[in-house]
Design a binder for this molecule. Structure first.
Ligand code: MN
Length: 480
């Protein structure tokens, strides 16, 4: 994208911000990369401008856009950090340095090296999450232009994207980016399956459109008499998620009950519940499909009401109901909080609070000494399945699937975890390796002076519990 177009798009959400620095960064990057080309044969700068464009799409702030344009100048050109600092100041330079540091170690097929790189990435995130957002935009464009690389390289990069970058985007709540990365990786990690599935999906398109049209007409007619603001969007599911479902259920595409997905977006929380009532009146709900992520949000901030209903002609329709704000958060996740508010600029005042879980998580991860251990914890914590467990006082804790009372105890408080001796779940005594389920009420019994046992390391599922236990055992010389 050319400079004037980028500026127009940026001005749409940040009309009062001075764009001189963006103009300078654009020109600087064009000149710095002047004699370089991408594998596609295109001018190298095309990549830098594409990264900036993605960041503008996320409506990120001015320094992030500048750093996106400049993200490869330290690594790929003779430019030094001192020169960059002189031209663009400290903030932008630190962002570019952050991205460069992440790039400086190349992934190898050895898990340890990959894990070490990831540890660095997470540490950088703790300093400034914008570094990760730039890195994700960089990866997105690299994936879009992957066809120009050799097949072995394509596969390696695609695999890395699927196993680490997409889960990270997911963890940050950036669903749109996550699906894009997954489907791009899918093309290279499972070439034949991808081709087959995309052809089959294509063939179903007309039918889906008619189911959607019927659904919309019924709902619109009913809502015409109310004053509930709403818009109804079709939800395109990623091919990768459908493929995963086929594997999980061990069924061919034709036998997968893949319903049409729609989103109904409104203004307030109370209208979300009003709309839910209306949906359940108009259509027959499918038992066991309702989930309330508004009162109990997911760990990555996601909120919506989910329900599946029987549409006209017996077609299943999966409905997600949410406010505009929840919609933004679900599409852009953490990036949504960097968005400029209309007119003024600056961050969401509650941003720090919202980011706390991320920082804490990274702190726990830092305590893990071996890269392999780190990678394992990272993968576990990135697991999508999670359970919601309640304290006797009704406070909810989100934990990864398979989490035990010990994990729960550490999520309540370190001291509770350290001195935990037993647990009651729903008023019954359970073993400490009991696997908690959503809705369980868990009460931890502690004993003053009691300490973690070595075998707990084989039981716990969360990085937090593992790092605290290991730290204690190491200090006592019980484990290396
Ligand atoms: Mn790059």
């Amino acid at each position: 994208m050319e400079l004037p177009e980028l500026l127009v798009k940026f001005k749409e959400y940040a009309p009062h911000v001075d764009t001189t620095a963006i103009e300078l960064a654009y020109e600087y990057s064009v000149n710095a990369h002047a004699d370089q080309a991408r594998a596609s044969g295109e001018h190298y700068f095309v990549h830098c401008s594409a990264v900036a464009e993605s960041l503008i799409e996320l409506k990120l702030d001015m320094p992030t856009i500048c750093a996106g344009l400049l993200h490869d100048v330290l690594e790929d050109t003779p430019t030094t950090p001192e020169q960059l600092r002189k031209e663009f100041g400290d903030e932008i330079t630190r962002l570019v340095e952050g991205v460069t540091k992440l790039d400086s170690l190349h992934f190898t097929s050895h898990d340890d090296a990959q894990a070490e790189n990831w540890r660095k990435m997470m540490l950088a995130t703790a300093q400034d999450i914008r570094v990760i957002l730039i890195k994700l935009a960089d990866r997105l464009h690299n994936m879009k232009t992957l066809q120009f690389l050799k097949p072995e390289k394509q596969e390696r990069i695609a695999h890395e994207t699927a196993s680490l970058y997409a889960p990270l985007a997911h963890r940050l709540g950036m669903f749109r980016l996550k699906s894009q990365l997954e489907d791009l990786a899918f093309q290279y990690t499972h070439r034949e399956e991808y081709a087959e599935l995309s052809a089959k999906m294509e063939a179903l398109q007309a039918n889906r459109e008619s189911v959607l049209a019927n659904f919309k007409t019924t709902v619109e007619q009913h809502l015409a008499g109310t004053n509930i603001p709403h818009r109804i969007l079709a939800r395109t599911k990623s091919l990768w998620s459908i493929y995963q479902k086929m594997l999980r259920q061990n069924k061919p595409f034709e036998e997968i009950q893949d319903s049409l997905g729609v989103r109904v977006i409104t203004d307030t929380v109370s209208n979300c519940y009003a709309l839910l009532g209306i949906m359940h009146t108009l259509f027959k709900p499918v038992a066991g499909t309702f989930t309330d992520y508004i009162s109990v949000p997911k760990i990555n901030l996601y909120q919506s009401l989910h329900t599946t209903v029987m549409g006209l002609n017996g077609d299943l329709v999966e409905i997600q109901i949410r406010t505009e704000e929840m919609h933004r958060t679900s599409e852009y996740g953490i990036a949504a909080h960097w968005r400029y508010k209309s007119g003024e600029h600056g961050q969401d005042p509650h941003l720090e609070e919202k980011l706390n879980w991320l920082r804490q998580w990274i702190e726990w991860l830092q305590d893990l000494k071996s890269p392999r251990e780190f990678l394992e914890s990272l993968k576990t914590d990135l697991e999508l399945h999670q359970v919601f467990v309640f304290t006797p006082a009704g406070e909810v804790k989100a934990l990864p699937g398979g989490a035990t009372p010990i994990d729960f105890a550490f999520s309540v408080h370190t001291d509770v975890g350290m001195t935990c001796v037993g647990a009651r779940v729903n008023n019954k005594m359970v073993r400490l390796d009991y696997q908690l389920k959503s809705g369980d009420i868990c009460e931890i019994q502690t004993k003053k002076g009691s300490v973690p046992k070595k075998d707990w390391l084989g039981i716990v599922k969360t990085a937090r519990a593992r790092s605290k236990i290991r730290h204690f055992l190491r200090e006592k010389g019980i484990v290396a």
